[in-house]
Each structure stands twice: as structure tokens, then as C-alpha cells.
Design a protein around this ligand. Structure first.
Ligand code: IPE
Ligand code: IPE
Ligand code: MG
Length: 255
């Protein structure tokens, strides 16, 4: 991969965290933070589209979030449905291709139907690939993918390419930039395979206060980073003339 290719910001993934604490700091119940947080999502989708990002994957509900109080989980379900109803037209108008990854069997039928309908309507759209991770866990995705492969290819060893092609949505690809809001520094079982070489950015801002402006600044910060993918920097490659490499080998006694 050349250095220009390294700098491309194709896939941004976000862990939208901090809703509950944001509300509690203001003496409101946690769900108030979820309501405010859900209102921020469309402005960030727009910002990603404006920045020319190809794929945006948003963590909305993890497999571990099932352990939350039922009332909170129900509010999160309702907010997902409301978001989809409100944003459906805009998604279509902006030629955004929408999908959900994760286990949504426990969502109410009408929400599952709405998701299926938007996925079907937008599946050929060539604009931003917008993915909601809902009922999603990175370990589960890896296990499901491996089992899927074994079932279809009994006895065949699994390669990295095979693995990639068996993920829930192979088309979203590796994550270039992973942003987590809310101040914590962890991955929380998100896109474990796809973040292998992602740049990480942890923001102190709690999700309800995250803005398009901060998103844009983080993207600019990404552009200033050097991604080496285990290699050495481009300038080091140019600087190491054959002559100096040869003399170094001599010092090491290998020549
Ligand atoms: C993120 O906000 C939303 C979900 C996990 C669904 P939290 O609800 O985790 O908020 P904090 O981290 O407790 O503040
Ligand atoms: C991660 O946030 C999941 C989502 C943002 C949907 P959590 O709040 O659930 O993560 P932990 O529990 O702090 O690791
Ligand atoms: Mg949290």
C-alpha cells in the first residue's frame, strides 16, 4: 500500500458512548441522555458524508447491553424505530446505503420490517455506506463467520480472505478510524476483526454533545497521522541507501 492510499479515510466507526452519564450529570434519568443522543446521529451522518467518508458504522446497542434494565432497553428500541422513521426519506434522498449488523430478532416486528424495507430500498445506492451495529458483538461476529465458513467448506483451512468474505457485511471493510466518545479507552467488543489496524481516537465529549465540527477535526487529525502497518516510515525507506545498509550489516557481522 502506498502512503497516499494509507491516508484515505474510507471507513469510520464510532462507539457512541456517554449518554447515561451526560443525563445523570444534569440530574436527569439515563434515558434522557439516549433521547438527546439519538438527535445527534443524523448530524454526524451528514458530516461523514460531507467529509467524503465511504463507510460509517455506528455502535448503537451491544450484545452486552442486553444486561441493562428492561425499561432502558425498550427506550433504545423505540429510539431506533423513531430514528429510522424520521430519517428514511433523507437516507433515500442522499443515496445512502443502509444496513444493520447484529442480532435484531428481539426487536419488535414492525421495527424489523422497517429495517428490512430500508435495507432493500437502499441496497444498490452508491453513496455513504451507513451501518448500525445493533445487538452486535465483535466476538459473536467472528464466531458466526467461522461457523459459516466451516459449514460451507468442510475440512478446508480458513484464510484471512475467507474470513473477510464471511463477515456480516464484507463490503464495509477494515476500519480506518475508530472514534469513542464519553472518555473511556476501550473497544467494548466492537468490530474486533475490522479494527486490527485502525487509528484510535478517544474523545472526552459525551455523545449528546458530540458535534459535526468535532467529527471534522478528528478526521483532520487522522490525516496528519502516519500509518506504517508494521513497516517503516516512507522517509526512512528513502534515507537508507544501499551503502549504509551494507555497512550496518557489516557492524552486525552478517556480511
Ligand atoms: C451509550 O451510552 C449508549 C449505549 C450503550 C446504548 P451509555 O448508556 O453507555 O452511557 P454511559 O456510558 O453510561 O454514560
Ligand atoms: C459500548 O458502550 C456500546 C455502545 C456504545 C452501543 P458501553 O457503555 O456498553 O460499554 P462499556 O460497558 O462501558 O464497556
Ligand atoms: Mg457507556
Amino acid at each position: 500500500m502506498n502512503s497516499e492510499e494509507n491516508k484515505k479515510l474510507k471507513h469510520v466507526a464510532i462507539i457512541m458512548d456517554g449518554n447515561g452519564r451526560w443525563a445523570q450529570e444534569r440530574n436527569h434519568p439515563r434515558v434522557w441522555g439516549h433521547i438527546r443522543g439519538s438527535q445527534v446521529v443524523s448530524s454526524i451522518v451528514q458530516a461523514a458524508d460531507d467529509c467524503g467518508v465511504e463507510a460509517l458504522t455506528l455502535y448503537a446497542f451491544s450484545t452486552e447491553n442486553w444486561s441493562r434494565p428492561v425499561t432502558e432497553v425498550k427506550v433504545l428500541f423505540k429510539l431506533l424505530k423513531k430514528f429510522l422513521q424520521k430519517e428514511r426519506e433523507r437516507i433515500i434522498k442522499n443515496r445512502i446505503s443502509f444496513r444493520v449488523i447484529g442480532d435484531i430478532d428481539n426487536l419488535p416486528n414492525d421495527t424489523q420490517n422497517l429495517i428490512a424495507e430500508i435495507e432493500e430500498t437502499t441496497k444498490e445506492f452508491e453513496g455513504l455506506k451507513l451501518t448500525f451495529a445493533f445487538g452486535y458483538g465483535g466476538r459473536k461476529e467472528i464466531i458466526d463467520s467461522v461457523n459459516n465458513f466451516i459449514q460451507n467448506n468442510p475440512g478446508k483451512p480458513l484464510s484471512e480472505e475467507d474470513m473477510e468474505s464471511c463477515l456480516y457485511r464484507p463490503e464495509i471493510g477494515d476500519v480506518d478510524l475508530l472514534i469513542r466518545t464519553g472518555g473511556d479507552h476501550r473497544i467494548s467488543n466492537y468490530l474486533l476483526w475490522q479494527v486490527a489496524y485502525a487509528e484510535l481516537y478517544f474523545s472526552q465529549t459525551k455523545w449528546p454533545e458530540f458535534s459535526a465540527n468535532e467529527f471534522q477535526c478528528i478526521c483532520e487529525n487522522f490525516m496528519s497521522r502516519e500509518r506504517r502497518f508494521g513497516s517503516v516510515s516512507a522517509t526512512d525507506c528513502l534515507g537508507s541507501s544501499k551503502k549504509s545498509a551494507a555497512s550496518n550489516l557489516k557492524v552486525l557481522g552478517t556480511k
